[in-house]
Design a protein around this ligand. Structure first.
Ligand code: C5P
Length: 239
């Protein structure tokens, strides 16, 4: 089995207010990180030009736009994203919405990731949303629906990654945000895990924002996470 290279599996969230700051962070991490996530904060100001800048620089791009809309709109919007050459896109919702996204991406390389339950939510929060069940049950239900609808992967906390891996085997990519290195502040994440725990549980990709963005030395923070990821992948592959 080919060894997994942690550098291909770390996605850094560019949660920054300007393109200049985002480019600066990308350059700081040159040679270490080649996969970047654009989310709601940067979305409006970055636009297509920034996405193209990343792609031309041979970076991989994850648009975390959490698409949720009527099927026709989803199909057409996803087709636009696929045509640009983006690698990952998040979608939300029912089987019909996800199937529309799958149709929209057609034969392109774009991978569609379904949001399960945000890592910042716990049992009380999902009750507040109207779900009278355990977080893990909702995560697994949504993962199963996403898989049946032809989705490529899911966004899930490290807490549920193992159960999803058992459910899906290799049929779903598991992308895990809410990562906090040992001893780091958890911020709002109620279901955070360390890089090592996430990979031990079966995650394929980790999404890291503040622990790298807010570090005094961005490279050093990324390097430490990559070291932990690499040894966790190697231990996992030996099992
Ligand atoms: O700064 P932090 O490492 O917490 O960043 C996590 C990133 O992942 C943020 O961009 C957030 O929008 C995203 N996220 C997500 N789904 C979750 C938790 C975080 O997409 N369940």
């Amino acid at each position: 089995m080919k060894a997994i290279d942690a550098k291909e599996r770390l996605i850094v969230a560019l949660d920054l207010p300007t393109v200049e700051e985002a480019k600066r962070l990308v350059r700081h991490l040159d040679g270490l990180v080649s996969f970047f996530k654009i989310g709601l904060e940067l979305q409006l100001v970055a636009g297509l030009d920034f996405v193209k800048w990343l792609i031309q620089d041979e970076k991989k791009v994850f648009l975390d736009y959490k698409y949720f809309d009527v099927e026709e709109t989803i199909r057409r919007a996803v087709a636009q994203v696929a045509a640009i050459g983006v690698n990952f896109l998040t979608v939300h919702g029912s089987g019909g919405i996800i199937r529309a996204a799958v149709e929209g991406r057609g034969q392109s390389e774009l991978k569609l990731l379904a949001v399960t339950v945000l890592t910042s939510l716990d049992a009380l929060d999902i009750r507040d949303l109207g779900f009278e069940c355990a977080v893990e049950d909702l995560v697994l239900y949504r993962a199963r629906k996403a898989m049946e609808a032809g989705c490529d992967g899911v966004i899930t906390s490290g807490h549920e990654a193992r159960a999803i891996r058992e459910l899906a085997k290799d049929r779903l990519l598991i992308v895990t945000p809410g990562i906090r290195p040992e001893g780091a502040t958890r911020n709002e994440h109620k279901r955070s895990v360390t890089p090592t725990q996430a990979i031990q549980a079966g995650a394929d990709y980790l999404v890291v924002g503040r622990p790298i963005r807010d570090a005094k030395d961005h490279r050093m923070a990324a390097e430490q996470i990559l070291v932990d990821m690499q040894s966790a992948f190697e231990r996992r592959q030996r099992l």
